[in-house]
Design a protein around this ligand. Structure first.
Ligand SMILES: Cc1cc2nc3c(=O)[nH]c(=O)nc-3n(C[C@H](O)[C@H](O)[C@H](O)COP(=O)(O)OP(=O)(O)OC[C@H]3O[C@@H](n4cnc5c(N)ncnc54)[C@H](O)[C@@H]3O)c2cc1C
Length: 402
């Protein structure tokens, strides 16, 4: 039996594991992470590598270690060249990833790993029992759902049939299928307007002798972060926490998140590549798409017909509940409280039911607009750790009394 099982070994799950282990309050033999990939952060590494991201969007103090300045010290002692970039000191991706690996080594995380999907989660008395895709039953006192949204790609209506019909010509950045499309025939087209789309267009253009097309619906939204930094602290959160209506909280989150936005530096680089003729930017709506003689034929609302050799979708994640099947079943079996938008209603310490915690998008209504990113992972880890400390002191005073 474990004290803690974390379902999902991405940025969120690994941040929480690192905080629990490095606090000294959880022993590595008492913690297990369940994730379908054999290594921690595999989904994160695949996506960032796939789009060609070299520096993170978030600043130097956002990483997986509890000490915010730990990455800066790591950069110094490991002597990284160009470890941070610009005014916000954005960390270089390979340094960030090496730092994660060092944390995992210090925390002993490699021995806490189970490569599998968690398929069901049941409450038995005061314990949680998880059945995995390798048919193992794992029992734990506490469970954290850190499922992420990156394996739920959003497909626009016109793209859905095409993805099934021609997976070698069209793929979604978040998908693990259709990788041929990333090396498909010219001209290559990318659809999306956010950081992921722009990174991908820059990468594809770098490897192509012909112009790459970036097709987007709206003008670029140039923003340095995916929400105002005021959402990290009391400036906006004090007011947010006073909102009792979850419908209202959802509205505030939707408004605050700069979805589909791009940083100033990435935007400037894109415009340079456009001026050099390496990237062509089209602002239009894709109405229909089909495949004809090995090419993708798009019908654009204003500009008419457009033909592409391959099409990559950088349209983000579907806006449904993360870990849909698993989570919906847990809700139903345990009658867990949910807001009108379907997302969990949890305590301040992110506890949904006794011993069941959430992070990432599932913790959004409590943490606010930063919940899905690294800053949100740090907040979730701190709050879960606070709950653990509370439990330990409750237990201590109970044992004094008896
Ligand atoms: C290209 C890109 C760049 C980004 N850059 C930044 C940045 O610079 N700064 C920042 O703060 N944020 C950034 N983000 C946003 C966010 O931090 C990342 O998306 C991050 O990976 C989210 O972490 P996660 O743990 O929620 O999801 P993931 O990293 O996707 O991990 C979730 C894991 O849970 C697993 N899982 C799901 N269901 C189950 C199940 N039933 N059983 C077992 N395992 C399961 C998944 O397979 C996956 O391995 C970026 C996102 C992308 C896509």
């Amino acid at each position: 039996m474990y004290q803690w099982v974390i379902i999902g070994g991405g940025i969120q799950g690994c941040t929480i594991a690192a905080h629990l282990l490095l606090s000294g309050k959880v022993n590595k033999n008492d913690l297990l992470i369940i994730d379908p990939f054999p290594e921690p952060l595999e989904k994160w590494k695949r996506l960032t590598q796939r789009v060609g991201m070299d520096y993170l969007r978030s600043p130097s103090v956002r990483h997986l270690h509890p000490d915010p300045y730990h990455l800066k010290s790591f950069a110094k002692t490991s002597d990284y060249a160009g470890g941070f970039k610009g005014y916000y000191k954005r960390p270089k991706l390979d340094m960030f990833n090496d730092h994660c690996m060092e944390i995992f080594e210090i925390a002993g995380l490699e021995n806490c790993w189970e490569t599998a999907w968690a398929e069901s989660l049941d409450k038995n008395g005061n314990l949680w029992s998880i059945t995995t895709s390798s048919n193992r039953k794992v029992v734990s006192k506490q469970v954290v759902l850190a499922l992420g949204v990156n394996d739920q790609p959003y497909y626009p209506g016109w793209a859905e049939p095409l993805v099934k019909e021609a997976p070698d010509l069209i793929s979604h950045v978040f998908s693990e299928r259709g990788m041929e499309a990333f090396h498909g025939a010219s001209p290559a087209a990318i659809t999306g307007a956010g950081t992921t789309a722009v990174h991908l267009a820059l990468k594809q253009a770098h490897h192509s002798s012909e112009p790459v097309y970036l097709i987007k619906r709206h003008p670029f939204r140039v923003k340095d972060f995916d929400s105002d930094p005021g959402w990290l602290g009391p400036k906006f959160l004090n007011q947010y926490e006073r909102i009792n209506s979850y419908q209202e909280r959802r509205k505030v989150i939707t408004k605050a998140r700069n979805r589909g936005s791009v940083t100033q530096s990435l935007y400037s680089l894109l415009k340079r590549r456009e001026a050099e003729g390496k990237i062509e930017i089209i602002t239009d709506d894709i109405m229909t798409a089909d495949v004809h003689e090995g090419k993708i034929k798009l019908q654009l609302k204003k500009q008419g017909k457009f033909s592409a050799g391959s099409l990559l979708l950088a349209t983000g994640a579907a806006s449904c509940l993360p870990g849909k099947g698993l989570v919906e079943e847990v809700i139903r079996k345990n009658q867990l409280p949910c807001a009108p938008c379907g997302f969990p209603v949890v305590s301040k310490e992110l506890e949904w039911a006794d011993g069941l915690f959430v992070s990432g998008a599932l913790a959004e209504l409590e943490i606010g607009p930063v919940a899905r990113n690294i800053a949100g992972a740090r907040k979730a880890a701190q709050r879960i750790l606070e709950r653990l400390e509370e439990r330990l002191s409750e237990r201590k005073s109970a044992s004094y009394r008896s």
